[in-house]
Design a protein around this ligand. Structure first.
Ligand SMILES: [Fe+2]
Length: 236
């Protein structure tokens, strides 16, 4: 996968990171973890690139921000992709471990990584991996929110650890940096350097960070079809 075969943009919104990726030859693209405030920006970027948007993918049900998936589905007719464990009712393509999301001559490979949520997945793309909130740079997603499991997070991080050191890690948040390598994370990430499963589970279950500020609004938006928001006067 060379630089002139692909389209790649990392887009920031507050602490969230989303990604517009595509096949340069066939000018088709995908947005990963779109955030609602950036909906117009994704559309403008797709236009600027002269591309067609095929899919929007959420790596998991977000509890800290409103996903743009259902809005983009409604506005642009794109298909929403999530892991089949999700309870979001507006998903068109429910994927599972090992599936491929194909766009032009490119494909994202699904790695199911529950732990942060039950529907969390990572997406492998050539020498890059989109880790959502499963693996953050210098950390990992919390496991104390709905659907979280420290035990599963431990197992999921072991799956990621088995991948190559040269993989470039693109997380769902930029609390520290916006890109890293898997090799660096294996060496430096305090969540990955914990050697014992029991110690990891104890660490994850004994800390109680504040709840995300918009958790109720985000979970309500991300778990309901668009017509409910319309009825409530909040929709598009
Ligand atoms: Fe999350």
């Amino acid at each position: 996968m060379s630089g002139n075969e692909i389209l790649f943009e990392q887009i920031r919104s507050s602490g969230c990171l989303s990604y517009l990726i595509g096949c340069a030859q066939e000018k088709v693209c995908v947005v990963i973890d779109p955030e609602i405030d950036k909906t117009d920006d994704y559309a403008s970027l797709v236009d600027f690139l002269g591309a067609k948007l095929l899919y929007v993918v959420d790596t998991h049900t977000h509890a800290d921000h409103n996903s743009a998936c259902k809005l983009m589905r409604e506005r642009y007719g794109v298909k929403v992709v999530m892991h089949r464990a999700t309870d979001a009712p507006y998903v068109d393509v429910r994927v599972e471990d090992g599936d491929e999301i194909r766009f032009g001559q490119q494909a994202l490979k699904v790695i199911y990584t529950p732990g942060h949520t039950q529907d969390a997945m990572c997406l492998l793309w050539g020498d890059r991996i989109f880790t959502g909130d499963t693996l953050l740079i210098g950390g990992c997603g919390r496991t104390d929110l709905p659907g979280g499991s420290a035990e599963q997070q431990w197992d999921s991080l072991r799956r990621l650890e088995a991948l190559g050191n040269d993989l470039r890690v693109y997380p769902g948040h930029d609390y520290r940096e916006a890109v890293s390598s898997l090799g660096d994370e294996k060496q430096k990430n305090p969540r990955l350097t914990i050697q014992s499963r029991d110690e990891f589970i104890h660490f994850m279950t004994s800390r109680h960070p504040p709840l995300p500020r918009k958790i109720q609004e985000a979970l309500e938006w991300n778990r309901t079809p668009i017509y409910r928001q319309r009825g409530q006067g909040e929709g598009i």
